[in-house]
Design a binder for this molecule. Structure first.
Ligand code: GLU
Length: 432
């Protein structure tokens, strides 16, 4: 029985390697073993502190009511209040949200933010909802959460299927409930619209953070962004910002895919035109600035960087066999299955891990929360500069750890985060 299995046994879980939650915790515990993190901390981190499930009805436009299941999982708050996205998606279920909450704990610790990790979700497809239905669902979810969220306790943010409008409805509902009229109430969520407590640079933050990481790590591989070819899967908020920002740095986007299809242009796809097109049409299929290609052609296209920016576990062994790149940059959380990870590594592909690459989002969320607490608005250049500084420092910590432990960047990133959490547990002690 390996370490993860024995930790799970002690917690009464049955180990199932195909379950995303076990896979997340396995990654975390393997890193913990490398650092000889005490077993008691491994047990604490192997399960979330709180798992909240709520059921609530919502009136649909046709007058009927539908019942929904909402989740909020609060993984760990030793470093500070819980923080993490809220997802509206058909794939949402408890173990899925538990994994993403644990990953938030790691991301916040890696960046040394004074925040813990959480994640929430509602299982539904927001594309089939009218704006009014979405608003009613968001407000009911918020009221069902009650005091389990709050600006000093747990602050949701946008994630897959949610956006700044939804954050504004959450803040408004939260403030109206129980007459919470204090200035700080608005800090209950981040990723809000700019006119209502949002931060400059939050919308592009995840993409911007990724670009800062890539700029730091590519020279290690004797590569640079100048004329570097890349392909992207997913052209939503994260993917489209990654596309635009990498091209501004001289890289060339030659292929893009999403749920509607795959397109390619050897001479480069204009990322701004594609972003406008996707916003109007809902996907990349039919974009006139590139040719339609098959899924197989897309994955086999030779590029320097391959960037998955859609959902978890999207790169399986079949796709990993086809991928033809030097570096795989994880923009989405856990986009690569453990088997695909092994295969890519054996092919000599370096993986830049998600917990580092996509931590820019929560970092600017932290800036937004800070601005709300101080009733301040920071200029974009201030936000960008602070983000670059924190991303660069985290990247250096990961590089150093990977050299010290002679391990891959993913293990190193988890080790940096766990070392920080362990240190704080040691100092704080365990109550009572
Ligand atoms: N949903 C984003 C993430 O997974 C942002 C979380 C936040 O800003 O709190 O990192």
């Amino acid at each position: 029985m390996n370490n993860t299995e024995s930790v799970f046994k002690e917690l009464g879980f049955t180990y199932n390697k195909d379950n995303l939650y076990f896979h997340t915790i396995d990654t975390m515990l393997n890193a913990a073993e490398k650092l000889s993190i005490p077993k008691r901390l491994q047990l604490i981190l192997a399960q979330p502190k709180n798992e909240l499930i709520v059921h609530f009805p919502v009136r649909m436009d046709d007058g009927n009511f539908k019942l929904f299941k909402g989740y909020r999982v609060q993984h760990n708050n030793v470093l500070g209040p819980y923080k993490g996205g809220l997802r509206f998606d058909n794939t949402v279920h408890l173990d899925h949200i538990k994994s993403l909450a644990a990953i938030m704990t790691i991301k916040c610790a890696l960046l040394e933010l004074p925040l813990g990790g959480a994640k929430g979700g509602v299982q539904m497809d927001p594309r089939t909802f009218s704006a009014d239905e979405l608003m009613r669902l968001t407000r009911r979810y918020t009221s069902a959460m009650g005091n389990n969220i709050g600006p000093d306790y747990d602050m949701p943010a946008p994630d897959v299927g949610t956006n700044s409008q939804i954050m504004a409805w959450i803040a408004d509902t939260y403030i109206n409930l129980d007459n919470r009229k204090s200035v700080g109430g608005i800090g209950v969520v981040t990723g809000k619209p700019l006119c209502y407590g949002g931060s400059h640079g939050r919308e592009k933050a995840t993409g911007q953070g990724l670009v800062y990481v890539v700029e730091e790590l590519l020279p290690e591989k004797s590569m640079s962004l100048e004329n570097c070819r890349f392909s992207l899967v997913g052209y939503g908020n994260v993917g489209s910002w990654v596309g635009r920002l990498l091209c501004e740095k001289g890289a060339c986007m030659i292929a893009v895919g999403d749920h509607t299809g795959f397109v390619k242009n050897e001479h480069g796809i204009n990322p701004f035109e594609l972003a406008r097109y996707v916003e109007q049409q809902g996907g990349v299929a039919g974009f006139s600035g590139a040719d339609k290609i098959s899924e197989e052609h897309f994955y086999k296209t030779e590029v320097e960087l391959f960037i998955p920016a859609a959902l978890e576990q999207m790169i399986d062994v079949k796709k990993a066999k086809m991928i033809n790149c030097k570096v795989l940059v994880e923009a989405a959380n856990m986009p690569v299955t453990p088997e695909a990870d092994q295969l890519l590594t054996s092919k000599g592909v370096e993986i830049f891990p998600a917990v580092l690459c996509n931590a820019g989002g929560v970092t600017v969320s932290y800036f937004e929360w800070k601005q709300n607490r101080q009733a301040e608005t920071w200029e974009l250049d201030v936000v960008d500069k602070k983000l670059k500084r924190l991303m660069n420092k985290a990247t250096h910590r990961v590089k150093r750890m990977s050299q010290e432990l002679k391990c891959d960047l993913r293990t190193a990133a988890y080790c940096v985060a766990l070392k920080h959490i362990d240190e704080v547990y040691e100092i704080r002690g365990i109550f009572p």
